[in-house]
Design a protein around this ligand. Structure first.
Ligand code: UGA
Length: 439
């Protein structure tokens, strides 16, 4: 079976490389020459744990091209993995998806299965199928196959998925998809394989992402209330996690969710509800609560720092979460913008994405590749991403290097007892404030 994967972003490239790893021959297609050339040279254009090794291991089964026609004509199955960013009204922008579909249609030379992995509103696969089959000599079978890859653990999530969802209504593609994913459903992977109708598969992705986003928004609101009432969110979430119905994941409190997925998928789900006359009140509440939460650390700064103008601030962690080089919709960006607006001098540290951040901010901020250097002589530090390097950073060094050892921790990285011992002024989320200093 010849497979083509359209789009070599986090989803497309991980999908391609993992499909090659389970024995398929895969051609990756992208219109971005730089990315394709980098892949041809054996280098991944994105950072994803384990991806580089698998790319190298499966190089004989992987090829890369910008020639769409060539790739689509060769393929029996085409995975569409392009982005679906938000439009200004919140709806999912499907231009990239339909550009690929148009190109597949133009290249039509035999019957094919087209698999939509991009996150698309319910009903999109129907539209795609109509478009492809309209006045076509060949038959296109369109399948919805949403992805549940989390950046930072995408390779693991693809090879050991919590579930594989295949949405299709015809027998031909049902058989093809079963064969394609068969290795992942057997030992050692043993992934549950769920065959559903196309609309339900499309809905399943939004429903899952929105539920996780809701869980984060909810627990952050509980954290804010903990702070007002003297409870401690870490103790509260620990007790909650013992209830199997609640579980222990997605209860990490902090400055809310960022990243390209939850932000766009909450907006798109809200829009889908509105346009179907079915208001999604919990989704709307998630968006609102998270927007507020993204700036909650700055609220703490503004209510405790007399004047930000000329203050020297260290912003620690820039990517939207650890173990990724993705800055899209990172909460750090919104916070750095406000700090600069108030006239603060901003030092930034991140173990992976300083170059990407430089492209956005140029010489408006100062870049450091060690925490020691980034916090030197700073008035206060703000922790934005819980990278291992930050979580394990010795608290005593804040006292050693900073003008005053004052930390606003947006990811609750430190234990309150340790903070007390190190004599740090410490603000975190949903917990007690330690120390009495003013900046
Ligand atoms: C998310 C989903 O977890 C994946 O299942 C999905 O496939 C993917 O979106 C997608 O739609 O492509 P991702 O955005 O990579 O994956 O990362 P998450 O680990 O879900 O984190 C998202 C945001 O939520 C991050 O900013 C993270 O810091 C925040 N978060 C996560 C919390 O604030 N608390 C938590 O307990 C968990």
């Amino acid at each position: 079976m010849e497979i083509a994967v359209a789009g070599v972003g986090y989803v497309g490239l991980t999908t391609a490389v993992c499909l090659a790893d389970i024995g398929h021959t895969v051609i990756c297609v992208d219109i971005d020459k730089k990315k394709i050339n980098s892949l041809k040279d054996g280098n991944s254009p994105i950072y994803e744990d384990g991806l580089g090794e698998l790319l190298n291991k499966n190089k004989d089964r992987l090829s890369y091209t910008t020639e769409e026609k060539l790739a689509y004509q060769k393929a029996d199955v085409i995975f569409v993995c392009t982005g679906t960013p938000s439009r200004s009204n919140g709806s999912a922008n499907l231009d990239y998806v339909f550009n690929v579909i148009n190109s597949i249609k133009k290249s039509s030379n035999k019957d094919k299965v087209v698999v939509i992995k991009s996150t698309v509103p319910v009903g999109t696969c129907d539209k795609v199928e109509k478009k492809l089959n309209d006045n076509s000599k060949h038959k296109f079978y369109v399948v919805s196959n949403p992805e549940f890859l989390s950046q930072g653990s995408a390779v693991k999530d693809m090879l050991l998925p919590s579930r594989i969802i295949v949405g299709t209504d015809d027998l031909y593609s049902t058989e093809i998809m079963k064969k394609l994913y068969e290795p992942l459903t057997k030992i050692p992977y043993c992934a549950p394989y769920l065959l559903v109708d196309r609309e339900s598969a499309e809905m399943a992705k939004y429903a899952a992402n929105n539920f996780l986003a809701l869980k984060i928004a909810y627990i952050n609101e509980v954290a804010n209330l903990c702070e007002k009432t003297g409870a401690d969110i870490k103790a509260v979430t620990k007790t909650m996690s013992y209830d199997k119905r609640i579980g222990d994941s997605f209860l990490k409190t902090g400055i809310g969710f960022g990243g390209s997925c939850f932000k766009k998928d909450t907006k798109a789900f809200d829009y889908l509800g509105k346009t179907n006359g079915c208001e999604m009140k919990t989704v709307k509440a998630t968006i609102d609560a998270n927007q507020k939460q993204n700036l909650i650390l700055l609220d703490k700064v503004l209510s405790t720092v007399d004047n930000l103008n000329g203050k020297k601030v260290a912003v620690l962690g820039l990517s939207f979460k650890p173990k990724t080089d993705d800055l899209r919709d990172s909460v750090s960006i919104a916070n750095v913008d406000v700090l600069l607006e108030y006239g603060a001098e901003v030092n930034v540290y991140d173990p992976l994405v300083l170059d990407g951040f430089k492209k956005l901010y140029g010489d408006r901020v100062s870049y450091y590749d060690t925490i020691d250097e980034a916090i030197k002589k700073c008035d206060f530090a703000m922790i934005m991403t819980e990278w291992d390097e930050i979580v394990s950073y010795d608290l005593n060094k804040y006292r050693k290097y900073m003008k005053k050892p004052i930390i606003y921790d947006g990811r609750n990285c430190y234990d309150l007892e340790d903070v007390k011992k190190a004599k740090i002024v410490y603000y975190s989320i949903g917990r007690r404030k330690i120390g009495k200093d003013k900046v």
